[in-house]
Design a protein around this ligand. Structure first.
Ligand code: ADP
Ligand code: MG
Length: 737
């Protein structure tokens, strides 16, 4: 058997000269080359006569080269022109700046085979820079006229060399490749064995077989990831966590908060020394004694706290979360719901249970505006329950910051809301038992873990996605989490009417906004995205603000909001807008997430084509939050096909999950997920857009397999286990960097 770890240098035709190019592609060994799958294929089996070709066709032609000429063109280029003649006629072939081809063609006595696309040349049909092969005495044209792989390359690495290396790897090393997919799984999915599939993916004999091979390789890739994620999920479930006394709290029984022991237990369970904390425990006791609310059933407290009834979906998710909190293992749960589905209320119910169990809860949000807003709305909710909410963000003044840090450390703050400032070193919790992460995909796995690390023992973690994401992404990015979906919007929401208008209709758009202002509503105007730089973006917002305030909205109170303003200034503007002391808010996308002012009923987005779909959906979610009919107007001269699709999608649907699917197709998973956690998306052959069904199947098979063999201990699963371990260590490395 040949060793798959044989260095790439020893593959036929590679040698020391080409080795660096292979290495640059990450191809170090024969195994790597076998797993470097073609990017696409050229089907050279279409072999018409010259007379039958049409512009645009991809064809393989066979004949003799009858005249070879080269002439200089401007700018130091040399163009080589030759004619290929078969029994039916002749056609021009051209190459730029490749003098050696001229020599080769002139020297060759016999037929030539070429492959390329037919173009309309200046006077005749031509193929530019065709691939070619000189047919020798013992060559079989069949070898050329087949489906050939096209590989991703790097500078200095010709396609031919890559093909030869791959062919050599197949010939010599294929027999050494071991099957790692368990037989039971292959049988259940009717998948071919690995050696057959590798051969067919590199040297397909037919399209059908290539597809068959691809199906297996895609499945395999998804399957390993899903097994790895399911194992991680199982490991979390096996850790020691906090058993929140949910049943007692629901029944309104008194919960004894034996804090000293339980914190010591948790510290011990993590192998830590017990640190004497400031007298937080007695403080919490005092708080509860004073309040004497411990006897009130949880749902009663929630009815007192929330100004509305939860929807059926919210109630279901709250119960799911509570059930998960009750078990003595850590929770790791994702709550998904469309914009405005009311995730904050669900988080509040969960945090209430944590606080009533004697723990602190923390909530981390991606932006300061959002953190501030969460802090404010949670304060309002929890006020009647005498639960303290504090805020920790980066741009706080130092007195405030000190006070908040102290309250967090002493336990005086029951709930601490913040940005990633929460995971900084100076922040210490007295008894953090519950963590909420309002995700907005901006936090990576490490940041999630960092906040968890601030807890005592293993706190429960609730992750909320701020934007709906396609199910395929949920399964890959968050496949190690349990999932709850809020699939219902609060009642009474009026659908938002979305219009797409060209910029020349701007006058009418603003006129209709003024009508709404006259009716007592408020409006948002989002300024065009001019730059990644916050500074320049702020400037653009200021200009639009000045222009609107002095122009169309002259008679109205206009406010301005952008990322460069001081926190105090932002808060002040938001408060004034909330109190309806402003009619119009001109803003950058800082209002994208979370902002909640039910009286605003129109959102005008300038140059909307500059924004991504999920951003537009988020922005639109700022209106339609109250009892009024609401509008979203996209002002855009969308020229490109993609921009048009985005605008049309927005007009057609307000279902965030549908929009996310379109976004996935347009932008691809990497862009959509952001860079923070794309490690899980590093597929060699699988494609989340095309292969969603396979992913679902792979996930089910992974779960089924682990239910039969939870730790992969069976003999037949050892190779799989090794594969998974490789995969996991790679993932860990990717998340750390
Ligand atoms: P998101 O899921 O986008 O974070 P929020 O939690 O901000 O949504 O909630 C959106 C708005 O809906 C808020 O004004 C909130 O008070 C309101 N809301 C949430 N749940 C309900 C409900 N069950 N009934 C009525 N209004 C609700
Ligand atoms: Mg939210």
């Amino acid at each position: 058997m040949n060793d798959l770890n044989t260095e790439v240098m020893f593959l036929k035709g590679v040698g020391p000269r080409l080795t660096p190019a292979f290495q640059k592609l990450g191809l170090l060994t024969a195994r790597d080359v076998l797993l470097h799958f073609p990017r696409r294929y050229d089907d050279r089996r279409n072999m018409p006569q010259v007379r039958d070709v049409h512009p645009g066709d991809w064809v393989t032609l066979k004949g003799r080269v009858v005249s070879v000429n080269s002439r200089p063109t401007g700018r130091g280029m040399v163009i080589l022109s030759a004619y290929l003649r078969d029994a039916s006629g002749s056609i021009e072939l051209t190459w730029f700046n490749q003098p050696w081809i001229k020599k080769a063609l002139e020297k060759h006595d016999g037929e030539v085979i070429v492959y390329g696309q037919i173009k309309e040349g200046r006077n005749a049909l031509t193929i530019q820079a065709p691939e070619y092969e000189l047919i020798g005495e013992d060559d079989d044209p069949e070898d050329f006229a087949k489906i050939v792989p096209v590989y991703a390359l790097t500078e200095g690495l010709p396609q031919k060399a890559m093909r030869n290396a791959a062919a050599n790897a197949i010939e010599k090393f294929l027999p050494s490749v071991e099957e790692a997919l368990p037989l039971e799984v292959r049988k259940s999915q009717k998948l071919k064995d690995i050696q057959w599939c590798l051969r067919q993916i590199h040297e397909p004999e037919s399209d059908e077989w290539r597809q068959e091979a691809r199906r297996r390789l895609v499945f395999e890739e998804f399957f390993y990831l899903q097994v790895a994620l399911a194992l991680r999920r199982a490991e979390t479930h096996a850790e020691v966590g906090i058993p929140f006394p949910i049943e007692k709290l629901k029944a309104g029984e008194k919960v004894s908060l034996n804090l000293e022991t339980s914190s010591a237990d948790h510290a011990l369970s993590r192998g830590q020394a017990v640190v004497a904390k400031s007298d937080f425990a007695s403080h919490l006791f005092e708080e509860l004694n004073e309040e004497e609310r411990a006897g009130e059933p949880l749902w009663d407290q929630i009815h007192r706290m929330l100004p509305f009834n939860l929807t059926g979906a919210q109630t279901r998710v709250v119960e799911e979360v509570w059930a998960d909190m009750a078990v003595p293992h850590p929770m790791n749960r994702l709550v998904q719901g469309d914009v405005g589905s009311g995730k904050t209320a669900v988080a509040a119910c969960a945090m209430l249970a944590a606080v009533r169990s004697g723990y602190q809860a923390a909530m981390m949000a991606p932006t300061e505006i959002l953190a501030e807003q969460h802090a404010n709305s949670l304060r309002r909710l929890f006020e009647p329950l005498k639960i303290e909410v504090d805020l920790i963000i980066g741009k706080q003044n130092s007195t405030e910051r000190k006070r908040a840090l102290k309250a967090t450390e002493s336990g005086a703050a029951n709930i601490v809301v913040g940005t990633h400032a929460l995971i900084q070193e100076g922040v210490q919790f007295a008894k953090l038992g519950f963590v909420v992460i309002d995700e907005q995909h901006r936090f990576g796995v490490m940041q999630r873990l960092a906040l968890r690390e601030k807890g005592l023992g293993n706190p429960d973690v609730l992750v909320m996605t701020a934007t709906p994401i396609p199910r395929t992404l949920t399964m890959t990015l968050y496949g190690d989490l349990d999932l709850s979906v809020i699939d219902e919007l609060p009642p009474g929401r009026k659908p938002i009417k979305t219009h797409w208008r060209p910029s020349r209709d701007r006058g009418t758009v603003y006129a209709s906004a003024i009508k709404l202002l006259e009716d007592g509503r408020q409006a948002y105007v989002v300024c065009p995205m001019v730059s990644e730089s916050e500074k320049m973006q702020a400037q653009a917002a200021e200009e639009l603000y000045a222009q609107l305030q002095m122009g169309v909205f002259e008679k109205y109170r206009v406010g301005l909001l952008h990322g460069q303003m001081k926190p105090k200034g932002k808060e002040e503007v938001m408060d004034r807008f909330r109190r309806h002391e402003l009619d119009v808010l001109v803003s950058t996308t800082v209002i994208e997430v979370g902002v909640d002012v039910p009286n605003s009923s129109i959102m005008i987005i300038e140059d909307a084509n500059r924004f991504g779909l999920s951003q537009l959906h988020q922005l639109r979610g700022r209106v339609g939050r109250g009892e009024y009919s609401s509008y979203c107007v996209l002002v855009a001269d969308a020229k490109g096909e993609e921009a048009r699709t985005r605008m049309e999608t927005m007009v057609e649907t307000s279902d965030g999950f549908k929009i996310a699917e379109v976004d996935l197709r347009l932008r691809g998973p990497g862009e959509l997920a952001g860079t923070k956690q794309s490690g899980n998306l590093d597929f060699k052959i699988a494609d989340l857009v095309q292969d969603g069904k396979q992913l679902e199947i792979a996930r089910q098979e992974a779960i089924a397999l682990l239910s039969r063999d939870p730790l992969l201990d069976q003999e037949a699963h050892q190779r799989l286990k090794a594969r998974i371990q490789e995969r996991r260590s790679k993932l860990a490395a990717a998340t750390v960097s």
